[in-house]
Design a protein around this ligand. Structure first.
Ligand SMILES: Cc1cc2nc3c(=O)[nH]c(=O)nc-3n(C[C@H](O)[C@H](O)[C@H](O)COP(=O)(O)O)c2cc1C
Length: 190
């Protein structure tokens, strides 16, 4: 599959089959992650691969609690309707952890200190694309309480759980949500 097709056809998957994901596929996906760019090549990422059903159940029930808090705070109806069953369903969840100490020289600039998050996002996108190229579905999930995730995975206080990637065979096809036209979001200075 060529890179442009992979980029365009990858979709967020929120319904997974229970078929296990091979260790070979997981390794390929993690290898794609570590070839992402990072500020000063400081590679501020770590990953935890979860296939344990009890841990996934725990993530699911904690996310249900988090959803309630989000609904109380936002009052947004979609939050109330939003189902997070994919957290139990997905055969694999990859936890992406960032290290704020491993940010770049941007820390000395206004609004800086975020390069570690950018690098982890690049690693995450690499994983989504690699998984899609292998015929797998993914979801980049962030609606969780960081303190709770730190507790579940015994993550040091100075490190940050940044994303959960749900991974598995998609149970169905997903329609592409619309995108803004490039012309709307781009200015050429010639
Ligand atoms: C930083 C980031 C956080 C996201 N968090 C969530 C999330 O918590 N739950 C969810 O269902 N989707 C989440 N998504 C997926 C987006 O909803 C999705 O990418 C967007 O609607 C476009 O759809 P597509 O991925 O199929 O192109 C997240 C995506 C990004 C990049």
């Amino acid at each position: 599959m060529d890179i442009f097709t992979t980029i365009k056809e990858r979709r967020s998957c929120r319904k997974f089959l229970s078929d296990p994901v091979s260790e070979d596929a997981i390794e390929k996906i993690l290898n794609a992650a570590v070839w992402a760019p990072s500020a000063a090549n400081n590679q501020p990422w770590e990953f935890i691969v979860v296939t344990n059903n009890d841990i996934k159940k725990n993530i699911f029930s904690e996310s249900e609690k988090c959803k309630k808090v989000l609904y109380e705070k936002s009052g947004w109806k979609w939050v109330d309707r939003y189902q997070v069953g994919f957290l139990e369903e997905a055969p694999v969840i990859i936890v992406v952890i960032g290290d704020p100490k491993k940010t770049g020289a941007d820390m000395f600039l206004e609004g800086g200190g975020l390069a570690y998050q950018h690098a982890c996002a690049a690693a995450t996108q690499n994983m989504l694309l690699a998984a899609y190229a292998l015929g797998l579905g993914t979801l980049w999930f962030t609606l969780f309480d960081k303190a709770t995730m730190r507790k579940i995975f015994s993550i040091d206080a100075e490190k940050e759980p940044l994303a959960l990637i749900c991974l598995g065979k998609p149970a169905t096809a997903f329609n592409p949500p619309p995108r803004k036209d490039v012309k709307e979001v781009t200015v050429y200075l010639r």
